[in-house]
Design a protein around this ligand. Structure first.
Ligand code: F6R
Length: 244
């Protein structure tokens, strides 16, 4: 595991964006997973800036949705697909046809999740998975306890995740109680993983992720077992000894 500690969120965003841009330049049609959440937004703004300057062409990228709330249509203001469309697909010029959705509004969730996993398999797995870190160690919406072999599936959201998502939508009651998430086995099997973590509120869970026991109770701790992972954390999330 490679750990890069930056002085602040801006530096984290720049380094993360450069890493993602490097993958896109090397393999323009890479199969990638990109998260929503607050943490990656700075990277997405950096990537959009590179596109505006004519330095990046992401139009052939294949994006797989990481997670979605259950029962939410793409035009619902809370849709995670909609969030990605606004913050990433539109600014980077990634066509809808290149995005594999996790349809939270599908009638048959079991079939929809199986279909998603089949597309992932047909693509030969993920080239790059970018992840944020949940307050309870969730990856996507793989809530604790999570098996490292868990496939893409419907999950009940934990209280911690509902509380954490409430800040996106302003009220806990607006957060659906269930979601679909890309599976642990698909995420952990990626050829490259980038985990981005910012803020003092992530300090404890980041420590457990990197230095704690590998346990289903902290799904992110499975990342210790993969060799192809870079963690970018800002100093607030990973203080140096003297700051602790
Ligand atoms: C979002 C997602 C979540 C977030 C995590 C951290 O698509 O899958 O796992 O990455 O909850 O969220 P932020 O970055 O808002 O702290």
């Amino acid at each position: 595991m490679e750990l890069i500690v930056t002085d602040n969120y801006q530096a984290l965003s720049q380094i993360g964006a450069e890493m993602i841009a490097g993958v896109i330049r090397a393999q323009p049609d890479a199969a990638v997973v990109l998260p929503t959440g607050d943490t990656p937004m700075g990277m997405y703004r950096e990537l959009a800036e590179r596109k505006r300057r004519g330095e990046l062409d992401a139009s052939n990228l294949r994006v797989f949705q990481l997670d979605e709330y259950l029962g939410i249509t793409p035009d619902d203001p809370r849709s995670l697909y909609g969030w990605l469309a606004r913050s990433l697909f539109e600014p980077l010029g990634i066509p809808d046809a290149n995005v594999v959705r996790l349809p939270g509004d599908a009638e048959d969730q079991v079939a929809a999740c199986r279909a998603y996993d089949q597309v992932v398999e047909a693509a030969g797995g993920f080239d790059l998975v970018v992840l944020g870190l949940g307050p309870n160690g969730h990856l996507g919406f793989n809530e604790p306890p999570a098996d490292s072999h868990a496939p893409t599936r419907l999950v009940d959201l934990s209280e911690a995740s509902i509380e954490s998502s409430a800040r996106y939508w302003g009220d806990k009651n607006l957060v659906p109680c269930q979601a679909v998430t890309a599976g642990m086995v698909q995420l952990l099997g990626a050829r490259r993983i980038l985990l981005v973590v910012s803020g003092a509120h992530k300090r404890e869970i980041l420590h457990q992720t990197i230095a704690g026991p590998v346990t289903p109770n902290v799904p992110s701790s499975y990342l210790q077992r993969v060799s192809n992972i870079t963690v970018i954390a800002d100093r607030d999330a990973w203080p140096s000894k003297r700051d602790e």
